[in-house]
Design a protein around this ligand. Structure first.
Ligand code: SF4
Length: 580
């Protein structure tokens, strides 16, 4: 056991920046710089990257840093607002990266007074470690016995060793192999490692630092202080009521994110057979309704709804069981259904669930791997609809074979090596399960987001507009991107939007009451704009240009059935997204 540093005087009631240097084995607990005070989550990641990380650095080298930052509202179990942001330079895109997750990591960090945890440099002796954090500080424990384990077995061992009241952020084999589609898994409130900060390869960054897991002891900790408790309680109450009553959230409560399967298919925007079609003939057996009925019929460990973090009232998560009622995986999300179901021509939900479990265990981003497998199918490496072959190919990743490393490096590299033009990716990152030729506002988000193609950067499918009309999509995407960057800075789940929108002023009121600030009603947009500005700045310094803010050319000329549409939002509109 290697103690880096403990401070008996460490006052967890005063938030600090906790910084670990792996090369010289030092820890510091720093006061929060003035310019970081009003930031959290994604905004803090962006500011940190701009201030401290050389944009041209090697993402898997010692100059890159891994940052964990809970959002500004985290720590109080406000419904769906305890998310943790991970950040660093992305090995997948070569640009800025923030990926966030639910579970308990953000909550426990905040209770120990950690405004952000920054992991710097790399160990000289190359040994694997567990980074253990409690109210005394940080220590490094040896992790050799955990190497080679998937996230399910690894987290069981960590829970045995450190007790059940811990939060864990950990990597699977893919992170150990430093593959660009490796994410960072987090325990949910039942201590299942199922909440992944999936996108952009941050699991590889953690692997490059030889950290298998970050364990946060939750036994001693306290809720952050609130400057004006009564005002805070009132705002929280209004928000929770609005969230509970919003019709959009009711859908997620019943069907989870899988509710989007039929909706996207209805718009002709469900990726099918490597983004060749916008509708899937067998939509019924991968729909949210089918999933819910199957879970209810099978019973046992199955749960049609489930909360990933304490206090979430939306409960969009689920636990999908086999015919005997034994859990196959928790949860199945729409993105996985879209990328590993219809995109691979697979219509059997049990098969999708099994693939989902394997991918989770390896700590992989199911969107990136689903897209890479779609490209591999296009190249003839597997047949569309062949779930067994898909599992064999994922086993290649587990075995770290050249083919496995290719697929694990993501869709763009897979397409380049296999000679496939039809790769659904922007800035090297695969698209989510919304076809941009049918949902064009989301296409604008894919093209222009500094994060690369990512629906969580600005999903437009719920807007009541003609999604096929190219006009107005850039304005819509800009608005949604700004809001989403704001929510990510608060630590609020993407699904809190309807609650905050129908309870205007509650974000302002909660922040003012929590921090004794005096922010105005447009604080969400202010946070979002600021974050996007820094992310954009980082990317420009890393070498990106307007040419990178485009969808792949084939999507502008190959029509998508059934609407026969191409992506035709003008370049002028795309270039104008950041003019505000
Ligand atoms: S809505 Fe879903 S993803 Fe969001 S916090 Fe709740 S369970 Fe987690």
């Amino acid at each position: 056991m290697e103690k880096l540093m403990t401070e008996t005087s460490l006052n967890i009631g005063i938030p600090k920046i906790w910084r670990v240097n792996l090369k010289n084995k030092s820890v510091s607990y720093e006061n929060i710089p003035k310019s970081w005070e009003r930031l959290g989550g994604r905004g803090l990641v962006a500011k940190f990257l701009v201030d401290e990380v050389v944009p041209t650095c090697e993402p898997l080298g010692p100059m890159n840093k891994l940052i964990l930052a809970p959002g500004l509202l985290v720590g109080h179990m406000i419904s769906s607002c305890d998310r943790i942001s991970f950040g660093g330079k992305s090995p997948l895109t070569g640009g800025v990266k923030e990926a966030n997750a639910g579970g308990t990591t953000g909550l426990y960090m905040t209770h120990l007074g950690i405004k952000a945890l920054i992991i710097e440099d790399q160990s000289i002796n190359n040994d694997w470690s567990v980074l253990f954090i409690d109210s005394n500080g940080i220590k490094l424990d040896p992790a050799e016995e955990l190497i080679g384990l998937g996230v399910y077995d690894c987290s069981k061992k960590l829970l045995d060793k450190y007790g059940s009241k811990i939060a864990v952020a950990l990597i699977g084999r893919s992170g150990e192999f430093q593959l660009s589609s490796a994410g960072i898994q987090n325990l949910d409130k039942e201590n299942i490692p199922s909440r992944i900060a999936a996108r952009g390869g941050l699991g590889a960054v953690m692997g490059s630092k030889k950290i298998k897991a970050i364990v946060i002891d939750g036994r001693i900790g306290q809720k952050p202080s609130i400057a004006h408790p009564e005002e805070f309680r009132q705002a929280q109450k209004i928000f929770t009521k609005a969230l509970m009553e919003a019709p959009q959230t009711a859908v997620y409560r019943d069907y989870g994110t899988a509710a989007m399967s039929r909706m996207a298919n209805g718009f002709g925007g469900l990726p099918t057979n490597n983004f060749s079609q916008g509708q899937f003939n067998n939509i019924e057996t991968i729909s949210g309704e089918y999933m819910r009925n199957t879970i209810l019929e099978r019973g046992g460990e199955g749960e049609p709804t489930h909360a990933c973090m304490p206090g979430c009232t939306i409960r969009c998560s689920n636990n999908y069981p086999d015919r005997n009622g034994n859990s196959i995986v928790s949860p199945i999300e729409y993105e996985t259904i879209g990328l590993m179901g219809s995109n691979l021509g697979i219509s059997d939900l049990d098969t999708v669930a099994k693939i989902n479990y394997i991918v989770n265990d390896l700590g992989l981003d199911s969107i990136e791997i689903g897209a890479a497998l779609g490209v591999a199918a296009k190249a003839g490496i597997m047949d569309f609809g062949d779930g067994n072959r898909a599992m064999q190919l994922i086993d290649e990743i587990r075995s770290n074979t050249p083919l496995g490393r290719l697929l694990g490096s993501g869709a763009t590299i897979t397409g380049k090596v296999l000679g496939v033009e039809q790769v659904p990716a922007v800035k090297g990152q695969a698209m989510s399960a919304y076809e941009p030729r049918a949902i064009k506002g989301t296409g604008v988000t894919y093209a222009t987001s500094p994060q690369g193609a990512d629906h969580t950067s600005g999903l437009t499918i719920r807007a009541k507009i003609n999604h096929l009309d190219p006009k107005g999509q850039a304005d819509l995407s800009r608005t949604v991107q700004i809001n989403m960057a704001g929510y990510d800075t608060l630590g609020a789940c993407i699904f809190t939007g309807p609650g905050f929108t129908s309870a205007p002023g509650t974000i302002r009121d909660m922040l003012n009451a929590r921090y004794d600030w005096n922010v105005s009603n447009d604080i969400l947009q202010e946070l979002g704009r600021t974050s996007l500005k820094w992310e954009h700045e980082f990317n420009l310094k890393a070498g990106f240009s307007k040419a990178d803010d485009r969808l792949p050319e084939w999507m502008t000329r190959v029509p998508l059935s059934p609407n026969n549409s191409v992506f035709d939002v003008s370049e002028e509109d795309l270039d104008g997204v950041y003019n505000w």
